[in-house]
Design a protein around this ligand. Structure first.
Ligand code: BGC
Length: 521
């Protein structure tokens, strides 16, 4: 039996309201939070492939890579614990910060979390740009990480709450789009700074992170808080006026009353963390844990963090490596637009399943290409043009698959399935799990490449296969369902029903009918 994809939700309220310019601008500004995250993801790979940077901070790697001392095994050239820590330390800091951010976001509002995130990120960019030694590098990365933790915890929730439900998917994805713009900007900047005279290009690359941070800080200062958050903090009148403004209509009673009811329910809950772990919230807990886990185990960040290093490993020259990374960055960005245009029409499940299949096929092709060329000892023969093109194309098609499925949906789906009472806590789990596994990938990729060789891509392919089955069996479609009505989809789902339906509550005839249809389907 297939998962709940074809089950129609029993409730589908249409709140009145327009897609106002105010919502649009607000969402664009908030989503710049994604820029700072993306910039970080994209910048470290290029910087760590710049010889002056390696010579100053990581002389061991410099000797192996630039001076070719210590063997010619391409798989192991960049394998250095200290170098890896430079990339991965940020995600460890982000992980801790996102847990604290949950309380700030809930008690003080979404905006203060965003503001704090931007300010810390700015501090990190300055310390990194001026770094004199490796300690300054690590401190800068940690500050950036705390900034990212706060921003990633608050921005997706903010976007989902501001958006009219009909456009929630596309608007929430503005966050992912700005992540991809941040990554692309970092690649382009690296491309130019790498060839700067004087060997200080890396300082510009790291310091430029201050630009998205300033945009985000200024943006957050001007943003209003969401009606949901105002109600959560007892400012009901203000919340109603805010709702009328952002929806562009006077009659917002139905949505407002639902928000009030959701807030009353949520206030009854004293310990949102404990609540999230209770049986009733099992579907949400499973998805906010497994979606970010699987998102990272797609292996996408191997390309995002280490694309220039990977291309160099395959045998590309320094410039060609950075340029190929720019190509993958453009594909990532454009494919996110495809997702935005289709997600509220085709739904989340369709994109998840298609994207998964596409990634799987490309991973197999990449494995075969690298395996044939490098064998087990990592010593390639002459690199031919057709071969290089094939690898770049396979990587680009893989990146496109991720960029219209697991990339944006990895942030959208968790943020839209969480009811208010556990929203901040659930989003923190989502961000933390994402950061743990982003850290894990950044930390072990270079070692894995050295140990598993071309088999590394098969490792990720196995996970992509598993996650596609996971979505097929367990995720109901959430397209077009108001956020406060989301509880209904679990009641109608054959697997989740038994967790969320009160044993004493009699199922309605509609529910029985839906479960029957699903079983037959
Ligand atoms: C992921 C990042 C990834 C990026 C690529 C995001 O959704 O969380 O880890 O690097 O997409 O575009």
């Amino acid at each position: 039996m297939a998962g709940g994809g074809m089950i129609a939700p029993s409730v589908n309220k249409g709140y009145p309201g327009k897609f106002t310019g105010r919502v649009f601008i607000t969402c664009i500004v908030a989503a710049t939070g994604g820029l700072i995250f993306g910039y970080d993801i994209g910048i470290s790979g290029g910087v760590t492939s710049m010889p002056p940077f390696l010579e100053k901070f990581f002389p061991d790697v410099f000797k192996k890579e630039v001076l070719n001392i210590g063997g010619t095994n391409q798989y192991c050239k960049f394998n250095s614990q200290k170098l890896t820590m430079f990339t991965s330390s940020l995600y460890l800091a982000a992980l801790v910060a996102s847990l604290v951010a949950s309380t700030v976001t809930r008690k003080l509002g979404r905006r203060p979390s965003m503001l704090l995130g931007g300010a810390l990120f700015l501090a990190g960019a300055i310390v990194n740009g001026l770094a004199q030694n490796i300690t300054m590098l690590y401190i800068g990365r940690a500050l950036l990480g705390v900034g990212v933790g706060f921003a990633n915890q608050s921005v997706p929730v903010y976007l989902s709450e501001m958006a009219p439900y009909k456009y929630r998917g596309a608007l929430n994805m503005v966050f992912q789009l700005s992540i991809t713009i941040g990554i692309l900007a970092a690649y382009v900047i690296n491309y130019f700074t790498a060839s700067m005279k004087g060997g200080n290009g890396w300082r510009y690359s790291l310091g430029c992170a201050g630009v998205p941070a300033i945009i985000f800080v200024l943006g957050s200062l001007c943003l209003p808080d969401t009606p949901n958050s105002l109600i959560e903090r007892g400012k009901n009148e203000e919340a109603k006026k805010r709702l009328q403004k952002i929806r562009g209509v006077d009659n917002v009673d139905q949505e407002y009353n639902d928000l009030i009811n959701a807030s009353i329910e949520s206030k009854k809950i004293k310990h949102p963390w404990a609540k999230l772990f209770s049986r009733k919230y099992r579907p949400q807990l499973v998805f906010v844990t497994f979606i970010p886990f699987f998102q990272q185990l797609t292996g996408m960040n191997v390309f995002m963090f280490y694309a220039p290093v990977l291309f160099k490993t395959i045998g590309f020259g320094a410039n060609a490596s950075l340029f190929s990374s720019v190509i993958t960055g453009v594909v990532n960005c454009v494919s996110t637009l495809v997702s935005m245009a289709t997600v509220d029409r085709f739904g989340r499940r369709g994109l998840f399943l298609e994207g998964g299949l596409q990634m799987l096929i490309c991973q197999i092709i990449i494995t075969v290409c690298i395996g044939i060329k490098f064998g087990l000892n990592g010593n390639p023969s002459e690199l031919q043009q057709w071969y290089a093109t094939l690898v770049v194309v396979a990587i680009c098609v893989y990146v496109a698959g991720f960029a219209w499925s697991w990339g944006p949906l990895g942030w959208l789906v968790p943020s839209e399935i969480l009811p208010l009472e556990v929203r901040s806590a659930g989003q923190s789990v989502n961000v933390s799990v994402n950061m743990i596994f982003t850290f894990f990938i950044a930390e072990i990729y270079l070692q894995m490449m050295c140990a598993m060789k071309f088999g590394l891509f098969i490792f990720f392919a196995v996970f992509v296969f598993a996650m596609t089955i996971f979505i097929y069996k367990l995720l109901p479609e959430t397209k077009g369902i108001p956020i406060e009505e989301m509880a209904e989809i679990w009641k109608a789902h054959p697997v989740w029903r038994k967790y969320v339906v009160d044993e004493n509550e009699k199922p309605t005839s509609e529910m029985v009918e839906e479960v029957k249809i699903a079983k037959e389907g």
